[in-house]
Design a protein around this ligand. Sequence first.
Ligand SMILES: CC(C)(COP(=O)(O)OP(=O)(O)OC[C@H]1O[C@@H](n2cnc3c(N)ncnc32)[C@H](O)[C@@H]1OP(=O)(O)O)[C@@H](O)C(=O)NCCC(=O)NCCS
Length: 164
Amino acid sequence: MPERAFRIRKVTLEDIKNVYKLLVANRPYVGLNSRYTYFLLARDFSDTCVVALDGDDIIGFSSGYIPPNRQDTFFSWEIVVHKDYRGNGLQKKLLLHQINRAGVKYFEGTINPSNEVSKRNFCEIAQTLNAPCKTRVLFSEQDFENDGHEAEILYRIGPIKRSC
Ligand SMILES: CC(C)(COP(=O)(O)OP(=O)(O)OC[C@H]1O[C@@H](n2cnc3c(N)ncnc32)[C@H](O)[C@@H]1OP(=O)(O)O)[C@@H](O)C(=O)NCCC(=O)NCCS
């Protein structure tokens, strides 16, 4: 079967209403922040945040930023794919799009230990980029005061050679 084609573009303020609905529908596997946070992402970080579209419908959202103290790094914050569209490799496509667009040397993102799909996809991203991947605990369960929030394991991929 031919691979389905989806459009990826920068997020806009007008997208946030539907981005928020997507995030709400995919809890608890994705942390939900305030609408205000997403408005700010669309206003000030739209160069590094994207949506995936099927026609005009938003079916994926991926946020991230270049940390001011590590400007050679793209940090992936949240990523979600609509339940009906999973299995099309969109997590990898969105993240590779963001990494390439940012033109960075390193990719960083955190994964909860139970999220096997994301672990596999991050490892495959490292393979695609032909770059090493290092992991360490960034925030432990204790850091979240054992409130049920899993640890956040940092995956740092790089150095990335720009020909990828
Ligand atoms: C993690 C996530 C973005 C990956 O989505 P994706 O890019 O569509 O996933 P993939 O295309 O890599 O598919 C992964 C596998 O899971 C399967 N899968 C994923 N969701 C599925 C679903 N709802 N129903 C059936 N199978 C599903 C796929 O078929 C595939 O299996 P395969 O490798 O054996 O073919 C998505 O599962 C999601 O939005 N999860 C909730 C939020 C989250 O965990 N974010 C990541 C934080 S790091």
